[in-house]
Design a protein around this ligand. Structure first.
Ligand SMILES: [Zn+2]
Length: 472
């Protein structure tokens, strides 16, 4: 406790010496003493500045106040960032944070880590109408987020992870500091700090929510995301918000400042298989998902059923063995980090291609929906009586629930590609099956009885109920 007070005093006395007298430490915001809890993460803090100052045109501000949607991430390579004290002016490297001309030492980790941090910051801000750049804009206003150095570089004490000027609104041309040097090459920690410090510059308080980058809490996910949910402000306990009210919604506050992003869907390409391919069971599926920021997820659907979801590349699957002979639709839906979807699909066939039974190399084969399958004269062929799936070449023994069980093949009820003597009975989302006597084949009228019953598939593997419908 004593040491906490000592640090608080140091913070306060440090502030007294700040050249800009209007800058004052927000004592209520002081982080927990990092010296008292040596393993505590360095915390990102802020300084409360007079809200009237930053929009004063002239001394201190290079242009009329206004919201710029540009966030310039500056890693201060190679020579460090020179910053002079004064009212915030990113264009002229002037900041309300240091109390003397200062140099922030350059980014000390690899370029690869830098790229990951940049990508993470882009991802964190993806829902909003901001532009994250890593080169200094040659014109216009912008927020400069310095992502480098240590707190001592700008006369702050050890244990501070970042600092930003703060009012209850957007500060034009502000400079925020995220002291990457104190975190080690920890992408999520640095990204979290950059998100918090930049957002302080548009008026966000600390939030008592361990999922939100405005939090001080180390619990929760390591990668913080602005939560679209109102909740208490606060560091280590809930408190009222500095800018009024008892709750804050980080997401909505940023949305009100910048508007939403224009979704740029990813580009999804199924590179394998190709449309119309005739394939074996278990064939591989490969997709490319390109996005300007990053792809976050891909879903594989076969015949409309979700088969698998991947959350990172490579986007590669094998079709499940249960996807048997017949025509199938392969659909891949890719998502960018803003959860904007895009999809691609191809139709393929499992089995040899045919237009009529005579096209099939094997005389005992027949033709269903453009593919060769074992016919009626073959044990386990289409229409054979069966008691379990294993007895059928197709791997599917269907039952109508009234004692009739036959080996069936998948078919498309729309095209009725079942051979003569069979009809394609609709099976809802699962497509259809060729059923003896249910239709004339070749598109003829349904001559089968519509008993209103049901066909069960997958006997022995958990029966799949298929509503039997009469074709028209
Ligand atoms: Zn903070």
């Amino acid at each position: 406790m004593k040491r906490t007070l000592a640090v608080m005093f140091a913070l306060t006395s440090g502030m007294v010496s700040v050249a800009n007298a209007e800058v004052q430490e927000n004592i209520a915001d002081a982080p927990q003493n990092p010296l008292a809890t040596p393993h505590e993460r360095p915390q990102a803090t802020y300084r409360f500045i007079d809200p009237g100052l930053p929009t004063t045109v002239g001394d201190g501000v290079s242009a009329a106040g206004g919201v710029s949607n540009v966030i310039y991430l500056n890693n201060c390579k190679p020579n460090g960032c020179q910053v002079t004290p004064g009212n915030d002016d990113s264009v002229n490297n002037r900041s309300s944070i240091p109390d003397q001309a200062s140099t922030v030492s350059p980014w000390g980790y690899s370029d690869a880590v830098w790229t990951q941090v940049v990508d993470c910051v882009k991802a964190t801000y993806a829902p909003f109408g901001v532009q994250i750049v890593t080169s200094r804009p040659t014109s216009g206003n912008y927020h400069m987020a310095i992502v480098a150095g240590t707190p001592q570089n700008v006369q702050m004490q050890q244990g501070v992870g970042g600092v930003s000027p703060y009012t209850c609104g957007y500060i034009p041309n502000a400079i925020s500091f995220s002291f990457a040097g104190v975190y080690g090459p920890n992408v999520d920690d640095i990204c979290w700090t950059v998100a918090q410090e930049t957002a302080h510059s548009w008026g966000l308080d600390h939030k008592f929510d361990n999922k939100d980058p405005m939090t001080y809490l180390q619990s929760g996910p390591t990668r913080k995301v602005f939560q679209n949910m109102a909740g208490s402000c606060g560091e280590y306990q809930a408190r009222a918000c500095q800018c009024g009210g008892s709750t804050m919604n980080s997401f909505q506050e940023i949305l009100q400042t910048f508007g939403g992003s224009t979704p740029t869907p990813p580009t999804v390409t199924i590179t394998s298989p190709k449309a119309g391919d005739n394939l074996p069971v278990g064939f591989p599926i490969r997709a490319d998902i390109m996005d300007d920021i990053g792809a976050s997820k891909a879903e594989l659907r076969i015949d409309g059923n979700l088969v698998s979801t991947l959350t990172s590349a490579p986007w590669v699957w094998n079709a499940p063995a249960t996807v048997g002979q017949g025509t199938h639709t392969i659909k891949v839906t890719g998502y960018d980090i803003g959860n904007t979807p895009a999809e691609a699909s191809v139709s393929i066939t499992i089995g040899a291609a045919c237009k009529k039974p005579g096209d099939c190399a094997n005389d005992t084969d027949t033709c269903v929906d453009g593919r060769c399958v074992a016919g009626e004269g073959v044990t386990g062929g289409l229409g054979s009586t069966c008691t379990k799936n294993e007895e059928c070449k197709s791997g599917q023994c269907g039952s109508d629930g009234t004692g009739n069980s036959y080996c069936v093949e998948n078919c498309n009820p729309e095209s009725d590609g079942c051979p003569s003597g069979f009809g394609c009975i609709s099976a809802g989302a699962s497509g259809g099956v060729c059923w003896p006597g249910a239709g004339g084949g070749g598109g003829g009228c349904n001559t089968g009885t519509d008993n209103g019953g049901a066909i069960f598939l997958g006997l022995g593997l958990g029966a799949l109920l298929i509503t039997r419908k009469k074709r028209r």
